[in-house]
Every structure is written in structure tokens, then in C-alpha cells.
Design a protein around this ligand. Structure first.
Ligand code: ASP
Length: 328
């Protein structure tokens, strides 16, 4: 069995509250990775060979590009080692889907050829702090270690509340309940039950990608990454917010449209003008489940990856990476 490297980044899974009854008024990102592993080992099978590193200690609502660069490098360093099978990342739930998608896209471009060996990155998190009477962190981390050891685990996956998700499909849809994530119509990849992985379908392989992306991500200082913003289309939308962003020098925009990625006509007009001024604008949908159906007459392109629509936050990352590749 190959080694598993655990990279801890903070989140509620490492959170602490003054009282075991408090599941809301806590401080995320307090406990070190050693404490998380000690709690999880009571539930896991204890057979995994682990190395652990506290990479950062943050609430994931504050995730930024510099941490993503650090995390991608740490994952790539670990996965390039012959004795390492997988990386497990402990993370906050708030931006877990963004980090997962970013890593899936960027690690696919990392050097070393380990992608062809089907190595995996498994993210996990918790909705209750470590001090809570019934904290979900230890079970989720034990499940992540089990999944990471499974030979069929490949690419970037996440496991929370016994559900296994592909990076492209996962979204946080509930702000409080333990079972906070959904894969929408794409569905789960597997269930984690009684320390066993029950696969429903194969984990998607690492995507083919331009290896230049890796160099750009690692060599471009985080402050110099393209500025890509997300704007929502809604009742009463106007051109003003979009125009202000263009005037302020935004490099790209994603519009979280209504329904089938439709955009308020005033916002759409402003977006077309922005495109004419050289600012790329993509469309996505505010709908939390289901797939946008390509078609329609909009002049704003749909955010797609390999023909599949992306959620607004993932579309923002996809546009960011595209602009990073095109820069310089
Ligand atoms: N704010 C926390 C975070 O994302 C929420 C969580 O982890 O559940 O770090």
C-alpha cells in the first residue's frame, strides 16, 4: 500500500468553540493536523502509512490564489514521489468545490507523469467544529483516508458525509446540515460505508491538459493573476456593476444567469460591449442542480468544459486559468 500524505489547511474540521453545544459560534482553523488525525484514527483502520503537514490554517471563506499555488505545489511534490499513492486535504466546506476544481485542472498539468498511474487527491471537511458533541470531522477524515487508499480512487475527489464526489460535480448546497454537498444530476461517484468504498461509477481520469498551465500557475505571482469577477443576473439587474468592473480594469467576467443561463437584457447589452472592449464574458446558471442546455441566441458564450456546463464559481476558475495561459 502506498503512503498517504495529509495536507491540512484549516476549516471547521479544525474549528473550536467554547462549548460542545455550539455548532455555529466557533472559530474555524484552530486544531493542528496531528489532533485531527488522532481523532480520526479511532474510526479508521489505522493501516495507512501517513505523513502529515499543516500547510496553512485558514477559514476557507478566505481562500486565495497564493494558498492555491502552495497547495498545488505540495500536492505535486507528494504525488511525484514513487512511495506516495494519494494526498488527503483537510479543508473548509465553504470553498472546497473551488479548490477541488482548481486542483483537478492544474495538477493534471503538473510534471512527473504520475497522473497516468491513477494517483488521487481526496478533499474532506466538516460541518461541525472539532469541539462539537457530535463532530463529523473524525468520520469524514477516516473516510478520506480509506478512499485515498482505494486503488480505484483517481483524480481529485471529495468525501463528506459518506458521499464521494468528483471535483467537477461537487457543490455546497446547504449552509448547516452535515450532508451539505451535492453532485446534482451528475450523481455521486461512490458511497463510503463501514470503512468500505462502494463505487457507483469510475472516477474520471486526470484530464488531458496543456503542461504550460502548470508553469504559468507556479511562476505567476498570485497578485498578478488575472482579475475575474462573478456577477449575478437578477430581477432589476442593470449595466452599472458590470460597467464599473470594466472601468476598474477587470480581466474577465462570469455571469451567473437565471434558469438556462439567461441574462437580464440590460446586463447582456453591457456584457456585449465589454466583450467588444476585449473583456471576455462567459455565462453560467444560478440554478443549483441540473445542466444548462447549450443553445439559445445569446452573444455571451456558455462556460463549458469538454462540452459540460460549469457552475458559476467553477466557470470563474476556468476563465481565470484560460486567461493565465493566454497571458504573456
Ligand atoms: N467557514 C468554514 C470554512 O469553510 C466552514 C466549514 O468548514 O464548514 O472554512
Amino acid at each position: 500500500m502506498g503512503k498517504i500524505v495529509v495536507l491540512a489547511t484549516g476549516g471547521t474540521i479544525a474549528g473550536e468553540a467554547a462549548s460542545a453545544a455550539d455548532a455555529v459560534g466557533y472559530q474555524a482553523a484552530q486544531r493542528p493536523v496531528e489532533a485531527l488525525l488522532a481523532a480520526a484514527s479511532v474510526l479508521g483502520d489505522g493501516r495507512q502509512v501517513l505523513e502529515a503537514q499543516q500547510l496553512v490554517q485558514i477559514d476557507s471563506k478566505d481562500m486565495d490564489m497564493a494558498v492555491w499555488q502552495q497547495l498545488a505545489q505540495a500536492c505535486a511534490d507528494a504525488l511525484a514521489r514513487g512511495d506516495v499513492r494519494a494526498v488527503v486535504i483537510t479543508h473548509g466546506t465553504d470553498t472546497l468545490e473551488e479548490t477541488a476544481y482548481f486542483l483537478q485542472r492544474v495538477l493534471a498539468a503538473a510534471p512527473g507523469g504520475w497522473q497516468a498511474q491513477g494517483k488521487a487527491v481526496v478533499l474532506t471537511a466538516a460541518m461541525r467544529p472539532a469541539t462539537a458533541r457530535l463532530s463529523d470531522g473524525p468520520q469524514n477524515l477516516a473516510d478520506a483516508l480509506t478512499l485515498a487508499s482505494d486503488p480505484a480512487a483517481c483524480g481529485v475527489l471529495a468525501v463528506v458525509a459518506g458521499k464521494v464526489f468528483a471535483a467537477r460535480d461537487i457543490s455546497k448546497i446547504y449552509p448547516y446540515r452535515l450532508d451539505a454537498f451535492s453532485a446534482g444530476d451528475a450523481g455521486l461517484l461512490a458511497w463510503l460505508e463501514e470503512g468500505e468504498v462502494r463505487w457507483l461509477r469510475a472516477a474520471p481520469p486526470w484530464p488531458r491538459t496543456d503542461s504550460e498551465l502548470w508553469r504559468r500557475v507556479q511562476d505567476t505571482p498570485a497578485d498578478d493573476w488575472p482579475w475575474v469577477e462573478l456577477l449575478s443576473s437578477h430581477a432589476g439587474s442593470s449595466a452599472r456593476a458590470l460597467q464599473a468592473l470594466v472601468q476598474a480594469g477587470v480581466d474577465g467576467l462570469v455571469l451567473a444567469g437565471t434558469g438556462n443561463a439567461t441574462v437580464h437584457h440590460q446586463l447582456e447589452q453591457a456584457a456585449v460591449l465589454a466583450q467588444q472592449q476585449g473583456v471576455p464574458v462567459w455565462r453560467s446558471s444560478r440554478c443549483l442542480a441540473g445542466q444548462v442546455v447549450p443553445g439559445g441566441s445569446s452573444a455571451i458564450p456558455l462556460a463549458l468544459q469538454e462540452g459540460q456546463p460549469l457552475s458559476p464559481v467553477k466557470a470563474r476558475i476556468a476563465l481565470l486559468l484560460q486567461l493565465l495561459l493566454q497571458a504573456g
